[in-house]
Design a protein around this ligand. Sequence first.
Ligand SMILES: [Zn+2]
Length: 409
Amino acid sequence: MEFYWSWVQGHLLTIFSVSVTSILIYHYLMERGTGLRLSKRYRGSIFEAQSKIFLNASQYLISGNKDLAIREFLNAVDLNRETLETYFALGELFRSNGEIEKAISIHRSLIAKETVKESMRLRALKELAKDFDKGGFVDKAIETYQDVLKINRDQEEVVLSLCKIYEDLEDWEQAYNYRITLSKIGRKSQSETISHILVQKAKSYFEKGDVIKCDEDLEEAFRHAPSVSAKILRLKLYLTRGQVDLAKSLLFELLQENPVYASFIFVSLEEGFKGKSFEKNHYQECMNLLREFFLKIKDKDLAPSPSIILSKVRFFKEKNQLGNAYRVLKDSLKNNENNSQVMKIEYIKLLMSLGKYDEFTEEATNFLEGLEQSLTRHYCKLCGYNSDDIFWRCPQCHEWETIQFRWKI
Ligand SMILES: [Zn+2]
């Protein structure tokens, strides 16, 4: 199958020329006897012209000049309406094959043909926009998609493409506008996505130090959907304004809803604050108050999560309170069965720092033995498949002789 496809791709134009020529011969033979409007003589000359074009094109193909071959094929568009679908198919194949310029020249010439119907011209314009999009010609893609919308506004697929382009560009203003359009013409709810976009928009205002506009967009985001990202940004705003009590209760609410996000929340709160330096100091002071509050939350008040424990350990270590870090980790490792390897590694490192060498030796030995038991004797170097059995053909990726040995005793 794979071979077949690569052969088809390599001989795309040849296949195309052979099939179009056969269609032409078929039409010529079928219509030869039915003397409708055109005289036999005229039909004959059309067929002659087409044959000549395809003959030329085939010659260009043989000599390896694909561009001239395409131009020759395109000359035939006027002559036969039935070939339109074939051209669309060819354009799409070129695009999916990464031969963007050829796809563009096909669609452009379809748009330029005077004899093409309006609906077909619109379709070609849409295809052209997709070519630009795929080829990374962002400005041209935007312009062309917008041209399509000028002709017909209710095109969900086109609006979605514009949404994606503006999201890639991080132009949140436009991304928001097109999402709103999409929510009006499409059936699917866009509330969650709109909320995320508004948070991004608010975030960019926050980074510019424009707290008022940030707040406006954030409120709007909450109206669409209260996402975690919206709540984290609100927390940032509270800290910026020195509203520590509000920040404390919001943090507690967030941790109760999503304990696994704990470390992520704190990393987000700490990441690059771009305000003025005295504001930054004030922010940091409020942040420290929030951290103290967090360290004092009792474990029983929140669902056990490595994320919460590891955040606490990090803060204690930063304050050089290794004893507290040790206590938090020890309690957690004792009370919970499914402890993460990261927590055990952190614990072993702490034991070493604190000079608790007996406990260190015991824990490190247990850890290493557990690690060794979890390793299999063999693995596949291609896909990472693990097994104690010998496999000459990997059961997961089906390649031969990819087995590697871990030299386990
Ligand atoms: Zn494999």
